[in-house]
Design a protein around this ligand. Structure first.
Ligand code: ATP
Length: 459
């Protein structure tokens, strides 16, 4: 299976089985926005739950937060997003496709430095333009490079005609909500430095090139943690978080050889160190999480712009300092896609090819499917319903009586269901059911009254 083929198959499975739908489809869609269907929302929720557990539940020094999407617009000036949060853009003069110039240059192995001015990038682009073709129409006719701000504007709370001059922004990243609540949390949560604040939430960016399915969307969800530390501890803490976050992905069932570190050579001016964790997607390695040592930039900027001193006083030593931040910033959609690609397997079973999503047990959207052997035999349906009603109290389950058993197995394999439980005629006599394991396809007979215990051990 070629890699392009694999991606197409995954996109088609996502649609067919209800993981991901293009947004507003009956209106011809809406570029770079997607909806999660019934199994997609389960998978996304399981990813978020696993992240929350790894970050908040298992770390005594990390607390959670859910800040709002809209914030005082000054926050985005302080953070640098209003002036600096922009990508270099060119447009194909032939088909009007907009393209990220830094991406086009990267394909030629030329790095556009984040510190470069737009004129410098334009010069670099002009010098190399001859070698670049529009990926859509194949022509070589591009506009000059422009900067395009990624913040999404709104007219929230502004009822004048010229709201565009003073817009409220939809947040471009979730961590600013953490930075501006840092003082509230110090004052209420009985935390002492070092400590972290974690949050999961939507972010919005006017991405120019929105390709690669849910890898790059204009509305997406982030899972971000900001760890506040003494400046002297930055290097050590940074390395600890790098290690923890790497292990997290291995824990999700991602193979080591499909992950790699990408070191940012050209750091933004305030950053001390920045690495991304990249996953080996069918279209190449791409970032799933950034781990950045941000120095004291964020709290210093918010101190300056808000006029509220955000420095910290160690009550024992009386030392006063501006905390530094180590950030871990992951995307739900990109983790979702990585987990899907990793789980997608085609196996030969006899004459047939079996498509199966081998999610790990925490991520699988449905843990157990319960079937009556035949739909039209009330005694089988009644028993199966009884078992289903009991299991669904503790596990995400599905009742399925459509088609023959072979078809039901195929469907459950394609959505990654861990176990299928079938009630047949013997079940009515011997009070046992057949349990089929997704990965081994092995089957065993288990007493109905021992099902709770059986799944407690397995799950
Ligand atoms: P890229 O270089 O790919 O545009 P980025 O460096 O701008 O990404 P960050 O600002 O570090 O990304 O955001 C942290 C995480 O948020 C990313 O690792 C990614 O998982 C997620 N993310 C960022 N932008 C998008 C997007 N447009 N669509 C989906 N997820 C995104």
């Amino acid at each position: 299976m070629s890699e392009q083929n694999k991606m197409e198959k995954i996109i088609s499975l996502c649609k067919r089985r209800g993981f991901v739908f293009p947004s507003s489809e009956i209106y011809n869609g809406f570029a770079a926005i997607y909806d999660f269907g019934p199994y997609g929302v389960e998978l996304a929720n399981n990813i978020k739950r696993s992240w929350w557990k790894a970050m908040v539940q298992l770390n005594d020094d990390i607390v959670g937060l859910d800040s709002s999407i809209f914030m005082n617009p000054k926050i985005w000036e302080a953070s640098g997003h209003v002036f600096g949060f922009s990508d270099p853009l060119t447009e194909c003069k032939n088909c009007h496709l907009r393209l990220r110039v830094d991406h086009l240059l990267t394909e030629l192995n030329i790095q556009a430095d984040e510190k470069m001015s737009i004129d410098e990038i334009d010069k670099l682009f002009t010098d190399n333009k001859k070698k670049i073709k529009c990926p859509n129409c194949g022509k070589n006719n591009f506009t000059n490079v422009k900067k395009f701000n990624l913040l999404v504007k709104s007219n929230l709370g502004n009822f004048t005609e010229d709201w565009n001059k003073k817009p409220a922004y939809l947040r471009g990243e979730t961590c600013q909500g953490i930075h501006v609540n840092y003082k509230n949390i110090i004052n209420t949560a009985r935390v002492k430095i070092p400590f972290g604040i974690a949050q999961i939430g939507k972010a919005f960016r006017n991405e120019i090139t929105a390709r690669q399915f849910i890898f790059r969307t204009r509305e997406f969800e982030q899972m971000e943690m900001q760890y506040f530390i003494h400046p002297n501890d930055e290097v050590e803490v940074y390395e600890q978080w790098r290690e923890k976050r790497w292990q997290y992905y291995l824990g999700l069932g991602i193979k080591k050889e499909n992950l790699k570190w990408h070191k940012h050579e050209n750091l933004v001016f305030y950053a001390k160190e920045a690495y991304d964790i990249e996953y080996n997607f069918p279209f190449g390695f791409g970032e799933i999480e950034g781990i950045h040592a941000r120095g004291d930039y964020d709290l210093s900027q918010h101190t300056k712009y808000s006029g509220v001193d955000l420095s910290y006083v160690n009550l024992v030593t009386k030392e006063k300092f501006m905390p530094h931040i180590v950030e871990t910033s992951a995307g739900v959609g990109r983790t979702f896609l990585a987990v899907l690609v990793e789980a997608y397997i085609e196996e030969n079973v006899g004459e047939e090819t079996r498509v199966v999503l081998k999610f790990n047990k925490d991520l699988a959207p449905i843990k157990i499917a319960v079937f009556p052997l035949l739909k039209n035999r009330p005694e089988l349906v009644k028993k199966a319903k009884e078992i289903y009603d009991n299991l669904k109290i503790n596990y995400m389950c599905e009742f399925d009586d459509n088609g023959n058993i072979g078809k039901r197995y195929r469907r459950q394999d394609e959505i990654g269901t861990l176990y299928c439980v079938t009630v047949d005629f013997d079940s009515l006599e011997d009070k046992k059911v057949t349990i089929r394991d997704r990965d081994t396809m092995g089957q065993e007979r288990v007493k109905i009254k021992e099902l709770d215990e059986y799944f407690r051990k397995k799950l």
